[in-house]
Write a protein that binds this ligand. Structure first.
Ligand code: GRF
Length: 207
């Protein structure tokens, strides 16, 4: 499965995907809306084609998203991964890539949608925090959950120490979720992700 990664910054989750590699999927394109995103350099080093699609160059969101979509289709991308992509995607783009796009979010959704999740988790006094890989829907940081990982919140945690602990889990679950999708091991049913039973002949007629 050809995976296209959308990012805006550091790109450590892209790096995790590049490092994981797998027989069933590969990162075939990395796109950033920010020309200086360090993530683009990571892709370049790994020999993955890159594109910059700066949102500021477009008159409105539909035009920007049309360009994103065109770049993804030109590269024959089959699964889009939002990995630190800091633009909200509109309903047309989301509908076009429905169940073919996932996002990694640094909280245990549905808690702490949006930004500053680690600070807000500390302020709320939660004992567990974590990260979520979910299929993308028009609502921000919502959609069927593929995989989550939890970490304990320690009494002496700072925003930075908690973020680092969560990020290590992000790097683990994101490639895992992409692998499940690429291998057809999960599907969306009634807006929930369910495991595909390999023995179910309606799913896999060869068995
Ligand atoms: C990650 O914490 C991710 O969950 C969030 O943005 C951050 C991106 O980090 N959506 P990186 O660019 O992958 O290093």
């Amino acid at each position: 499965m050809r995976v296209g990664v959308l990012l805006s910054g550091r790109g450590s989750n892209l790096q995790a995907l590049l490092d994981a590699g797998a027989a069933s999927w590969n990162v075939a394109l990395a796109i950033s809306n920010e020309p200086d995103a360090p993530g683009l350099a990571r892709a370049g080093t790994a020999g993955v084609p890159t594109r910059t699609v700066p949102h500021r160059d477009f008159p409105d969101r539909p035009a920007f998203e049309e360009a994103l979509d065109a770049a993804l289709r030109a590269a024959e991308i089959e699964l889009v991964v939002l990995a630190g992509f800091m633009r909200v995607l509109g309903p047309d783009f989301v509908a076009r890539w429905r169940d073919r796009s996932v996002n990694i979010h640094p909280s245990l959704l549905p808690a702490f949608r949006g930004l500053d999740t680690h600070r807000r988790a500390l302020e709320a006094g939660v004992r567990w925090h974590g990260c979520t890989v979910h299929f993308v829907r028009a609502e921000l940081d919502a959609g069927p959950i593929v995989l989550q990982a939890a970490v304990p919140v320690r009494p002496d945690d700072t925003e930075e120490s908690l973020a680092a602990r969560v990020l290590a889990r992000e790097h683990h679950v994101l490639p895992m979720a992409v692998g499940w999708i690429a291998e057809g091991r999960v599907r969306v049913e009634d807006e929930r992700v369910v495991a595909v039973d390999p023995g179910d002949s309606s799913v896999n007629p060869s068995q």
